[in-house]
Design a binder for this molecule. Structure first.
Ligand SMILES: NC(=O)CC[C@H](N)C(=O)O
Length: 387
């Protein structure tokens, strides 16, 4: 940041519901927004984070200071539009320098109607989030620097919070569609697709594209259905298995319509695989409970232990709710735990090909540590098809 920027009149501000105000330099769209505030510790992937539908209703503070340095391109969006409500970074986004760059972060964000704010002491902000829990906030960007702080405090206090909020219905697809694009392969061609395709219905609660690519690469012929699909809708496709996607908001709220659907699918006895919100809702359908976490897990270096093998995977995470492991009923086993705080990161139904994880195996920080989960699902589909 240059001295002139440091002394210039602030053009953006962030107001926490407790009245704390942070000033900075606005970029992206102008206007105001309200949300829950979280922090993400990933060093890369800001474009994927901003376009991950699971971030609906949240402003993201990036703890890594060099955000914007690889620009933005047309291939890395996890969905069509940015879904996170806004972003906060330490400095102004730096000039991009990467062979894949097509656009700079600021103009990209502006075009998509999302507010950014730079020049913020993100360490102080992150400490506040850790200490007091994810706050409700209002954020404003005005090139003239005129802010009505009292009104913004009121907006932050009026934000109802993510607890009880069903946001999946806002970000899901309007209509069903077929997905056949595969994930980017390593130079040796891995992962390889088995030539036989298995019919998988993927429920889109806010699905990231790379999850669908991983399913396709693992051998699934994927049909995506909207979040509100019923068990009858799903079974009408005569699938070999069902995938439950990630997504935003409170699993208990989305569960009001998704849980009956999942129960119907479980009754039909077929492989089921869930990721993140899909994991949480599978847990609810099996009779477990979910809880709101203090500040959640958002980052790309979260160690997770596989209880079966003792192996540790480096995972990508983005969740503010968690499955309460104590509430898992008999016949449902905790398969993975977070080595940061011991929270639940996976489950399986004993004796059935029904399993799920809280983290994001498609995001590949390991980089392929967790890809076996897609292969495990494909293997279960194969076994069922050959039975
Ligand atoms: N990435 C996700 O699917 C997030 C799930 C849920 N909305 C949570 O915050 O816990």
């Amino acid at each position: 940041m240059t001295t002139s920027q440091a002394t210039a009149k602030p053009t953006a501000c962030l107001v926490l519901a407790d009245g704390t105000v942070f000033y900075g330099k606005g970029f992206g769209a102008t206007g105001t927004t309200t949300a829950e505030l979280c922090f993400n510790t990933a060093m890369t992937g800001y474009q994927e984070i901003m376009t991950d539908p699971s971030y609906a209703g949240q402003v993201v503070t990036f703890t890594f200071p060099h955000i914007g340095n690889t620009g933005v391109n047309a291939e890395d969006d996890e969905t069509q539009d940015p879904v996170a409500a806004g972003m906060i970074v330490k400095w102004d986004p730096t000039d991009p320098s990467n062979w894949r760059t097509e656009t700079e972060l600021g103009p990209w964000l502006e075009k998509r109607g999302r507010i950014g704010m730079g020049g913020v002491d993100t360490r102080r902000l992150t400490r506040a989030i850790r200490q007091h829990g994810a706050p409700h906030v209002a954020m404003a960007h005005d090139p003239e620097g005129n802010f009505d702080i009292e009104a913004l405090v009121k907006m932050a206090r009026d934000f109802p919070g993510l607890e009880g909020m069903d946001l999946a219905k806002d970000v899901t697809c309007a209509q069903s569609y077929v997905w056949d694009e595969m994930r980017w392969a390593w130079p040796d061609g891995y992962p390889k697709r088995d030539s036989k395709g298995f019919k998988v219905v993927a429920i889109d609660f806010g699905a990231k594209r790379n999850i669908l690519r991983c399913l396709a690469s693992a051998g699934c012929d994927v049909t995506v259905l909207p979040a509100t699909a019923t068990a009858e809708d799903v079974l009408a496709h005569n699938p070999d298995g069902v995938f439950l996607s990630n997504g935003p908001g409170d699993p208990a709220a989305t569960g009001t319509y998704a849980v009956p659907m999942i129960k119907g699918v479980l009754a039909a006895d077929m492989p089921v695989f869930g990721i993140c919100l899909g994991h949480q809702m599978l847990a609810l359908a099996l009779g477990a409970k979910t809880i709101k976490m203090n500040h959640g897990h958002h980052g790309a270096n979260h160690p997770v232990k596989d209880n079966d093998t003792g192996k540790v995977e480096i995972t990508s995470m983005n969740h503010g709710f968690a499955v309460d492991a104590q509430s898992l009923p008999s016949g449902v086993v905790e398969t993975h735990v977070s080595l940061f705080d011991g929270s639940n990161c996976g489950l399986k139904v004993t004796g059935k090909p029904v399993f799920s994880v809280q983290y994001h195996p498609e995001a590949s920080p390991g980089p392929m540590d967790s890809y076996y989960l897609f292969e495990r699902f494909a293997e279960a589909l194969k076994e069922r098809a050959n039975a």
